[in-house]
Design a binder for this molecule. Sequence first.
Ligand code: AMP
Length: 213
Amino acid sequence: MSQTPTTTSRRELHARPDQEGQVTRLVIMGPQGAGKGTQAARLAEVFGIVPISTGDIFRANIAGKTELGQTAQEYTNKGELVPDEVTNAMVRDRLGQPDVKDGFILDGYPRNAAQVTELDQILADLGWELDGVIELTADRDELLARIAKRAEQEGREDDTEEAIARRLDIYAEQTAPLTSAYAERNLLVQVDGLGEIADVTERIVSSLATQLG
Ligand code: AMP
């Protein structure tokens, strides 16, 4: 990509400057190609929290040929969602690990209504609440162009044309509607994912600060 990532510290961004040391728990949503993974990593750095990508966990398990990986691969290759009971158990396990207690940003989960309910339950069991849900928006043509570029650069095995189209459809049908549930809870921040990587990060951080306090 022609975009140049720059390091943006929390101090530079004046992100929630009055809440230094506060535990931040975020979800980032957005269709494939919107820059979710990149922004999740940058926000993790800004807020000093752990990025948790369910897609990355599945890919690591597939590469490591674990039992979980073998199950997941059947679905990821087609662009279908891995069954909820598999994904939910994996997320529950990950959120229970010690490094997560200082905060996290979930990337790629929840992706359907049942997962929203499960995430609520996992967080309630841990005595936690979400601080914000970020939705990165971008139009389909822009997304397809970005994904084609990434597939060329990274050669991701699950990025076939059919799988990509299927993922975008599933996002529109199952994941995008979830944002209204979070909007009703006053947790949702919608940010345009188009533009320079650093600019998008700043937009997200300032929207979080103004909308969520
Ligand atoms: P991603 O990198 O987030 O696009 O995820 C890659 C693939 O992993 C998806 O196409 C799904 O097959 C699977 N996956 C990731 N997150 C989830 C989830 N929350 N629920 C079900 N499947 C998922």
